[in-house]
Design a protein. Sequence first.
Lengths: 789, 161
Amino acid sequence: MPKDGGIGASSKRREDVRFLTGQGNYTDDINQQGQTYAVFARSNVANGVIKSVDTSAAEAMPGVLAVFTGEDFVEVGGNPAGWYIESRDGTPMKEPKRPVLAHGKARHVGDAYAAVIAETLEQARDAAEAIDADIEELQAVATAEAALAEGATLVHDEIETNMVFDWGWIEDNRAATDEAIKNAPHVTTLELVNNRLVPNAMEPRASIGDYKPGTGDYTLHTTSQNPHLTRLLISAFVMGIPENKLTVIAPDVGGGFGSKIYHYGEEALVLAAAKKLGRPVKWTADRSESFLTDAHGRDHVTKIELATEEDGTFIAIRTETLANVGAYLSNFATVTPTFLHGTLMAGNYTVPHVYVNLKAVLTNTAPVDAYRGAGRPEATYSIERVIDKCARELNMDPIALRRKNFIKPDQFPYTTPVALEYDIGDYDAVMDKLEEIGDLAGFAKRRADSEARGKLRGLGVNSYIEACGIAPSNLVGVLGARVGLYDAATVRVNATGSLAVMVGAHSHGQGHETAFPQVVADMLGIDEGQIEIVHGDTSKIPFGMGTYGSRSLAVCGSAVVKATEKIINKAKKIAAHMLEASDADIELKDGQFTVAGTDKSVAWGEVALKAYVPHQFPIEDIEPGLEETAFYDPANFTYPSGAYACEVEVDPETGKVTIERFAAADDFGNVINPMIVEGQVHGGLGQGIGQALLENCTYDSDGQLLSASYMDYAMPRADDVPFYSVDHSSQTPCTHNPLGVKGCGEAGAIGSPPSVVNAVVDALQSGGHDVSHIDMPVSPSRVWAAMNK
Amino acid sequence: MSQVTMTVNGKTASGDVEGRTLLSHFLRETLNLTGTHVGCDTSQCGACVVHVNGEAVKACTMLAAEADGASVDTIEGQANADGSLNVIQQAFQDHHGLQCGFCTPGMVMSTAALLKDNPKPSEAEIRDYLEGNICRCTGYHNIVKAILAASGQDVSAVAAE
């Protein structure tokens, strides 16, 4: 029976009511007294020397209050990369400065070099067009390959190279991996592109800066997935505003998918402008600016080799990857292609030797950073595509080949050659579930039906594993992280027994306002409607590292559990006093504190009231009040895994691919709200199918963005996808967090692209076409070309 | 600047606009009806869909001046008279047809227009109709399911998918 509340219940989302009635409170919905508007002047060349910026005409225009240029920010700090990654030969990471506004050089189309502040948006926009900038265009480099070519233009002259690092993981594995591949009976080689994507949260970025001269207090409303991290970056690195003088508020945020993790220069600009003018300054991106300046995702070019015995037993995996990181290092740009990618390169398999080489390369394109999945989709795609190709070469069933090499349940905890310790999993069980829900046994008949209609039908299957619950601070510190990755929660019990829970995670679609109360309600035995979640405001929340990397429940949810445990411990003391019993004898069940073995009890609400009306209260033993904070730092990553199956039809006349069926079987460990979990998987599948079939962020060789609007960038629409069949009943609970949860936010985007491409290759081969690979997106033109080569 | 007057959610509303002022901008900035969202600048995303004289319109494709004298309905006017969610809104909540909520007003307004013309749309008709509404969160599964449910169709088979 489905539960009607607490852990495991599909509680309806309380946040929906405001969103469904137009009462959401997104950043651009906020207007402040005396508000002014910022519009940015952006480079229309990808690489150019900014010789002069004449702002005099703009300054003279109606309503203009101030004009800023890069010159104004020369003295302030740069926006840093969050991880330090050393090259395999020990060379330090190259870190070019990322200024608030470009100065001296513009390094990608959209790079802002000036900003106008005016009374109205229209006045600011008109004046921004009147800025006369003399930018001498230089040859640009738009791809990693071009940027590494002999004599290539330097994106940042001062670092004397375009290579940020040449990373090996693990360098000590290199020689043995090379040797194993050299001696292997069979080696499958695949060169592939993990196509560049634009995250495209539907809400464009927006920021409002405010400054109160009387107190020196700054407030930033901004579209952020992690307001505390934004505050930290602005305070400690960019502007030097003390944290006690800066409040960062991320109100309702309309999706993020990674792109709103990072601090962007526009946030610093509106704060600086607000201080100068003593008035609030608002900036809202239009969609063109989003395409040009939001951090993009993926953009890897990889060669992968899989060495096997003749019977398919895996021997070694070796990859070489060029990762385009764009013109500046965004905050997670250095960790995404390395520790979120290379460490997953053993997949779900026992493979004795793994070596990953990755070169991160600066180009004259928008910064590239974590986008839903962040490194793990790139790893999964490479592994699961090469396994599929290998199965075909060895004439083995692709599922059987995977099963043959799966890490088995009795092998956990399992340390891979790329240094992760998977705590638990059961990959065969998930694959069994996939075969069931995807009705894979019925595929042959469905293929025959398709063929009878003149269509080719293909089945693609893959497994995936991801490292989520980011992240154990001790471990990531050793690996170069410049922050800790714990999270925090404060549970505040009000005098009448209702609760406010302040969480460091930020909800921008994930349903925290509904799911977190389910956890607390379950622990206390009270109705979840009594519990309110507070998030997204640094002045109200102890601290937090925000929401990304499928971490909210596994890390912040664990902090909520620990804080609630403290509440229960104290409440038991109070109840013991009220019941004249010993603490140890008090039991909490269904919101009642009872002396064990008796019928003496007090209700939750009575204990809460006593904490705040402490008459006849043992103040020498117990403080009044009932509020507790906990920080939780995970002991390990969590390891969600799954198996996905995609069935496509290919029209041999046009090359058009349609997704006919999609099944996803996941192991997320325990599940708090099945409805929300399924929704997260659906959304990830939509994005993964989008990557595989439709989406492609394309620059020309001059660094002009060709896919800069929804006219040119193919977002998945409702008729591009089917109803999905999803299941999360295979559950091996995480062994090291109190809820046994693993995280579900990225799985769909990680697991789905390889199954789509595997299915298309399967379909084409079934039609007699000698096609072993097509790069994403598998557009009709690419498929048609592959069939007619 | 010129003055425009229109009926918005049943009430008369007027304001001064520039010739270039879009209806979406007028609703958001002059009338403070911020439920109508702007997600793009090429009339693709559909977050700004409202009804003008009963027809679904992307409010970013229409000048405020063009709506002078018109009857405009927005997401803020969709709930039942007692403030409860209407059938479409309730179906979206019941079937988890929204996540971040940003595209949602446009989805609800488009759904209302669809069901007015086609009270029992098929899954394919729904997917086709939503061509002009982009959602990045849901993968569309639960939106399509919610619309089927809002039109009174049995979605238990979808639930079992």
